[in-house]
Write a protein that binds this ligand. Structure first.
Ligand SMILES: Cc1cc2nc3c(=O)[nH]c(=O)nc-3n(C[C@H](O)[C@H](O)[C@H](O)COP(=O)(O)OP(=O)(O)OC[C@H]3O[C@@H](n4cnc5c(N)ncnc54)[C@H](O)[C@@H]3O)c2cc1C
Length: 450
């Protein structure tokens, strides 16, 4: 159990935050960072390495671990502190990576055989992260708690029921529907018109999962150098030179694992990833019985809105963690940018108006133009794995392993996602600026059901 950084009495309430009346008292950093230590940045390697990895999230660290265990020398270069990106900021909800398209839509797009293969690889991702955490002995509260998704409209409930049936038929995924009359067994809210449960979905503490991976990479001899932003990547006769403000690193191969934080040093990936903000708040410590009463199912939670919310109880303290899109009305360091999250929380749990709120933070997810994740090799010979579109805990873990295996030419690196074309867009550079308008449009459609 982690001690509160600020006694609850000094914290604003959710009602204060919902009205945008908070000037101070909130910790503007992830709740997940509370148990993490800041270490001084590691030195860059003094000699060329086999593989340099750009980005130290789940993708980069799992790739590093896979390569190190196969005897390669590896340095991970990270612009911020290790784990600065989405991997230590996310909701810790783990699905099979199948949530982006309805099964029927996926079949219409890809044909039944390919769609089923993609779906089954998604299921394998969930099993893989569980096995990795178990085999590496990472204490990060991993549990197969299941996920409840609330239907915002009666029609959503019917559509969900059909999709769950398709998911069972085409990928063997277990699920059940919970009608509105029975939903209080899952959640103490009247907002939903029933919902679906995926009982095998899972959860973890992202900060501790990342810390465990970091520890295993370093124990296996890998260097993870924070404060080493790659500003240029130059092809050489025998590999690449990566330029950082702290010096240069020479590597035979490079993996770009920057997802929503992808920058201009590699124009191929930059033109294919649209960074989209996502934000979370954490309540202050609450009586454990109050949390248990809100979420009697003890699951991960989400809803069926286009601009959706996702929430859960924290695994290491009696707090509620609530997430959604970022606010565009103020800087991310300003509490007012999180007011909409408090409003969405209170629409679901009006009984929480007096609850304290302690943390608020945001991060970037990596969207792609086709809403599929991608891995492979650029025309310049740089390996990449990214584009998880917001469901990246299991996907990044899986793709990190796959891209490392592909780099080594191992047969196990084969993936059903490898032969998907990684599309760009003629107006790719403008896409980030369009995101707030698209989100407002989706909010209107959620509100007026069109
Ligand atoms: C707020 C939020 C909530 C989320 N919730 C969930 C969830 O509940 N479930 C789920 O499955 N997924 C969730 N996701 C998505 C998931 O967290 C990501 O898909 C996943 O962590 C991506 O991991 P990654 O290693 O590929 O990228 P990241 O963890 O984002 O790491 C990329 C790293 O690259 C570094 N970098 C970028 N450019 C450079 C450079 N030039 N030089 C050096 N380093 C560089 C960045 O600093 C960053 O640390 C969420 C994401 C966010 C932001």
């Amino acid at each position: 159990m982690i001690a509160d950084p600020v006694p609850p009495v000094f914290l604003p309430t959710l009602a204060d935050l919902a009205r945008g009346r908070v000037r101070s008292g909130l910790t503007m950093a992830p709740w997940w960072w509370e148990p993490l230590d800041d270490a001084p940045p590691a030195a860059l390697p003094g000699a060329p390495v086999d593989v340099a990895i750009v980005g130290s999230g789940f993708t980069g660290l799992v790739a590093a671990l896979t390569l190190l265990r196969a005897g390669r020398s590896v340095t991970v270069l990270e612009a911020g502190r290790p784990g600065f990106g989405a991997s230590t900021r996310n909701g810790g909800q783990i699905g099979s990576g199948n949530q982006k398209f309805r099964v029927k839509t996926l079949i219409a797009m890809m044909g039944q055989t390919k769609a089923e293969a993609l779906l089954r690889e998604g299921v394998a991702m969930l099993d893989h992260i569980e096995a990795l955490i178990r085999d590496e002995g990472i204490a990060c509260h991993f549990t197969r708690c299941g996920r409840f998704r609330g239907a915002m409209r009666p029609a959503h409930y019917e559509a969900m029921a059909r999709d769950m049936e398709d998911l069972r038929r085409h990928a063997g995924v277990a699920s059940f529907m919970v009608p509105r009359a029975a939903q209080h067994a899952e959640i103490a809210s009247d907002l939903f018109h029933g919902g679906s449960v995926l009982p095998d979905d899972a959860s973890l503490h992202p900060g501790l999962y990342h810390a465990g991976l970091l520890d295993r990479v370093q124990a296996a001899g890998g260097i993870v150098a924070g404060q080493a932003e790659v500003v240029a990547l130059r092809p050489e006769a025998r590999g690449f030179t990566l330029v950082t403000p702290r010096g240069r690193v020479q590597a035979r191969d490079v993996i770009v694992a920057t997802n929503g934080y992808t920058q201009h040093f590699d124009s191929y990936t930059r033109r294919r990833i649209v960074p989209v903000g996502s934000a979370l708040i954490a309540t202050g410590a609450l009586p454990p019985a109050r949390i248990a009463a809100l979420t009697p199912g003890g699951r991960m939670y989400g809803n069926s809105a286009r601009v959706f919310s996702y929430f859960r109880a924290a695994p290491d303290a009696p707090r509620l963690i609530w997430g959604g899109r970022i606010g565009h009305n103020a800087a991310q360091t300003d509490p007012r940018a999180y007011a909409h999250l408090a409003r969405d929380l209170l629409a679901t749990f009006p009984q929480m108006a007096d609850a304290p709120v302690s943390h608020a933070w945001s991060g970037r997810i990596g969207y792609t133009f086709d809403e599929f994740p991608h891995l492979g090799r650029t025309p310049a010979g740089v390996h990449y794995a990214m584009g998880y579109c917001g469901t990246g805990v299991s996907r990044a873990t899986w793709f990190g392993r796959k891209i490392a295996q592909q780099l080594m030419g191992a047969a196990e690196g084969a993936s059903e996602f490898s032969d998907l074309r990684f599309p760009s867009h003629p107006f790719a550079a403008l896409a980030p600026a369009a995101v707030p308008f698209v989100e407002q449009w989706y909010r209107l459609r959620d509100r007026f059901a069109f």
